[in-house]
Unconditional design. Structure first.
Length: 196
C-alpha cells in the first residue's frame, strides 16, 4: 500500500538522477518530514535533505541516498536492503533494527549513528566514518569495513564474523563479546580496544 505522501507527488519525476551529472540533480527538501511507513522502493533521493525526518518502518529497498543529508533521521525497523548511501551524511541517525543487507555506505559520514540490532550482512562500509557509532548486537557478517574509522564505537555483541576489517581504525572501540571468527584484521588498528 502506497503512502499518502506518494499519492500526492509523482516521485518518479521528482527523484530523477542523471548519472555523473550531480549538478543537474533535482534536490528536494524533506527536512523533519513524517514519512513513517512510506513505500519508496527503488526511489532516488540523491542530494536530498531528509535531516531530522521520521522514516520508521519505511521501505527503501534498492533506494539511492548518494550525497543525501540524513543527519538525525530515524530509520528504525526500515527496509533499506541493497540501498546506496555513498557519501551520505548520517550523523546521529537512528538505524536501529533496520534491515541493511548488502547496503553500501562507502565513504559515508555516520559518526554517533545508532545501528543497534541492525542486519547489515554483506554491507559495505569502505572508508566510512563510524566514530562513536553504536553497532551493538548487529549482524555484520561478511561486511566490508576496509579503511573504515570505527574509533570509540560500541561493537559489543556484534557479529563481525567473516568481515573485512583490513586497515580499519578501532582505537578505544568496545568489541566485548563480538564475534570475530574468520575476520580479516590485516593492518587494523586495535590500540586501546576492549576485546574481552
Amino acid at each position: 500500500m502506497k503512502s499518502k505522501i506518494e499519492n500526492i507527488f509523482n516521485f518518479k519525476k521528482i527523484f530523477k538522477y542523471r548519472k555523473n551529472k550531480r549538478s543537474n540533480t533535482i534536490r528536494i527538501n524533506l527536512t523533519r518530514s513524517n514519512l513513517a511507513g512510506a513505500y519508496f522502493e527503488e526511489r532516488d533521493f540523491t542530494e536530498a535533505n531528509l535531516s531530522g525526518s521520521d522514516l520508521t518502518n519505511a521501505n527503501f529497498k534498492r533506494a539511492s541516498f548518494i550525497w543525501t543529508d540524513l543527519n538525525g533521521v530515524i530509520l528504525q525497523n526500515s527496509n533499506c536492503d541493497r540501498s546506496y548511501f555513498h557519501f551520505a551524511s548520517l550523523l546521529w541517525a537512528d538505524l536501529s533494527r533496520a534491515s541493511l543487507v548488502e547496503a553500501d555506505f562507502s565513504c559515508a559520514k555516520a559518526s554517533q549513528a545508532d545501528l543497534t540490532g541492525t542486519n547489515c550482512k554483506l554491507a559495505k562500509f569502505m572508508g566510512t566514518d563510524l566514530t562513536g557509532a553504536y553497532l551493538t548486537d548487529g549482524n555484520f557478517q561478511a561486511a566490508d569495513f576496509f579503511n573504515a574509522n570505527i574509533t570509540g564505537a560500541d561493537c559489543s555483541n556484534a557479529n563481525l564474523s567473516q568481515t573485512n576489517l583490513a586497515k580499519a581504525e578501532f582505537q578505544q572501540a568496545n568489541l566485548s563479546n563480538a564475534n570475530l571468527i574468520e575476520a580479516q584484521l590485516i593492518n587494523a588498528n586495535m590500540r586501546g580496544a576492549d576485546l574481552r
